[in-house]
Design a binder for this molecule. Structure first.
Ligand code: FAD
Length: 554
């Protein structure tokens, strides 16, 4: 996935017929690409923007059993995603990290001590949580000690239970890079415009190349790709493609918007993640990550532009009010919000149900033309969704599923080679700390590198030595070079939003070094002045959007 080799990938796409072509470079598409390639199929995948630029970089970033789904009696879903958590942790222990979650029980809240205790017990048993990680019920004083920021006057106790946190975009990228090892050919900035049919069966797609211009790109040229089976994994855009295939009948998508805000850690220094209830009966997370704490999410019906989803003033106010009500001492205001993101849940519509009550299950549609579409589901369940789709693709290709079974539960993701478990990740953090110390960088950067890139950090640290810049800039330049060479990074926003998450969790670093990184990308990718100008405008707009500010005029 080298950005400089994109023209080679394009020429393969133009000439080869693939067993399966996947549309959509989010976690669902990535999972299918890996599973299908690992079972020996030839696979291509096209993504209209950057990988994970849809919902898969805009989630709460938890690999979780979905405690809230117990309320909807979705026991099967809780059990499946609960089991998946442990599998994903074993496949990428640096990226799917155990995290204790505190569920406060407060006066006037929706859960009492008894219901919380029973709910968490059922959750542990459905998700087959290891005995040492099972839920603990804390009395009032212990709960106040566990989280001193909680309002002691309302606190009645708390439940402490096991979850896992991740970085959604990075998880998607590592699944892609692993798929590439098995021969899959994923490519970004290639938008499917229409389907190609033969005898009314879909046999390929016509794509438009949207890669920002570089000397290596075929500017705005058309790319026709042929495949025996086409899978539509376009997330919130699934129905747009079903419409183009004239097969949008019966069930359809119901999109809801979810917003997260980010505040400096010192403004909400929670000791662990907290899952707390809001006056309207919903639940919201407050999750510490590095220098920041993020809070989310909202859940409101959405009918706006799918390509421009952002936090509104009402969304920000809702989350601030919810947080201040649970942590009154924090006294957060809009001025504390340093970044934000907003995403769309592609849920399946159910008449009469409000957004929050819609099922998070996935649904598969097969059209008369043979197009397979998959929508709904969760980041956590991507591997099982991919298994179901790949089984279906094999049957379509008249291959035996029993002879080519799913093996992705044993395929470790790139970045986790030689990282058997969590203690190996802690050891990696120590090693990186000592390697970064001579540069004057602290343990925070070592933790950041270890959890983002895993063992790939070694290559990044090695590259740092060739830059004569300040340590932070040398690190960023080493990262961007790595991300261009291995992860098809085409723009500075790709880098700051989806390769590193810095746009959300350390926006000051982006503001301080964005210009220098654009110059460095320009050097590697041979950008001319016009292209650099376009980048500066695009990054400024991304920063303004994240900060909920007006977009500056270009
Ligand atoms: P997407 O990530 O949206 O990918 C679809 C891709 O298709 C997009 O990148 C898009 O650009 C591309 N595409 C569309 N049309 C075309 C075209 N014509 N040509 C080429 N490409 C195209 N799940 C969890 O497990 N844990 C969580 O903590 C969690 N939190 C969430 C919080 C929020 C606010 C939201 C909205 C969701 C959350 N989810 C969570 C759910 C999870 O994020 C989604 O289920 C998942 O990311 C969906 O992935 P996807 O690949 O199906 O869709």
């Amino acid at each position: 996935m080298n950005t400089l080799h994109r023209h080679i990938a394009l020429s393969r796409l133009r000439t080869q017929q693939f067993d399966v072509l996947v549309i959509g470079g989010g976690i669902t598409g990535a999972g299918i690409a890996l599973d299908a390639a690992a079972r020996g199929l030839s696979v291509a995948l096209v993504e209209k923007g950057d990988f994970a630029s849809g919902t898969s970089s805009r989630s709460t970033k938890l690999i979780h059993g979905g405690l809230r789904y117990l309320k909807q009696w979705e026991f099967g879903l809780v059990a499946e995603v609960g089991r998946e958590r442990a599998i994903l942790h074993s496949l990428a222990p640096h990226l799917v990290v155990p995290e204790k979650m505190l569920l406060p029980i407060v006066k006037g809240g929706s859960y009492g001590r008894f219901s919380t205790s029973i709910g968490l017990k059922i959750y542990d048993s459905l998700a087959k949580v290891a005995p040492e990680d099972r839920r603990q019920m804390l009395k009032r004083d212990a709960a106040a000690k566990a989280e001193p920021l909680l309002d002691a006057t309302r606190l009645r106790g708390a439940g402490l239970y096991a979850e896992y946190r991740t970085d959604d975009a990075r998880l998607t990228l590592e699944v892609f890079k692993t798929a590439e090892r098995y021969g899959a050919l994923p490519i970004n900035y290639l938008r499917v415009q229409e389907f190609i049919y033969e005898k009314r069966e879909v046999v390929g797609v016509v794509c438009e190349d949207l890669q920002p211009t570089t000397q290596y790109a075929f500017i705005n040229s058309e790319v026709r790709i042929r495949a025996k089976v086409v899978v539509n994994a376009a997330g919130p855009w699934v129905d747009t493609l079903r419409e183009s295939d004239k097969s949008k009948t019966g069930k359809h998508l119901h999109l809801t918007k979810g917003v997260h805000i980010v505040v400096p850690f010192e403004r909400l220094p929670v000791r662990q993640s907290v899952y707390f209830d809001v006056k309207d009966g919903r639940m919201v997370f407050a999750i510490p990550r590095g220098k920041a704490t993020y809070i989310g999410t909202t859940d409101t019906d959405y009918e706006g532009d799918l390509n421009d989803v952002h936090a509104s003033t009402e969304d920000v106010t809702y989350l601030l009010d919810a947080t201040n009500s649970m942590f009154p001492a924090a006294g957060l205001t809009a001025a504390d919000v340093q970044s934000s993101w907003a995403g769309l849940r592609p849920l399946i519509h159910e008449s009469g149900k409000p957004a929050s009550d819609l099922s998070r299950r996935d649904e598969i549609f097969i059209s008369a033309s043979g197009l397979i579409s998959i929508a709904g589901g969760k980041l956590t369940g991507y591997r099982k969704m991919a298994e179901r789709i790949t089984d279906m693709v094999l049957r379509r290709l008249r291959k035996s599923v029993s002879q080519l079974p799913c093996t992705t539960h044993t395929i470790r993701l790139s970045g986790s080679d030689n990282l058997p478990d969590h203690s190996a990740v802690l050891a990696l953090r120590e090693t990186l700390s000592s390697q970064l110390a001579p540069y004057g960088l602290g343990s925070e950067d070592a933790i950041y590198l270890a959890h983002l890139y895993g063992t790939q950090s070694a290559e990044i640290v090695q590259r740092m030595a060739s830059f004569r810049d300040t340590p932070v800039l040398a690190l960023l330049k080493a990262e961007v070079a790595f991300c261009i060479e291995h992860e098809m990074t085409a723009t500075s926003e790709d880098f700051f939003a989806r390769r590193t998450g810095l746009l959300y969790f350390d926006i000051q670093r982006v503001e301080a070094h964005g210009y220098a990184i654009i110059q460095e990308m320009g050097r590697i990718l041979a950008w001319d002045d016009a292209r650099k100008k376009q980048e500066i405008a695009q990054l400024s707009a991304a920063i303004a959007r994240a900060k909920c500010q007006p977009i500056p005029a270009a």
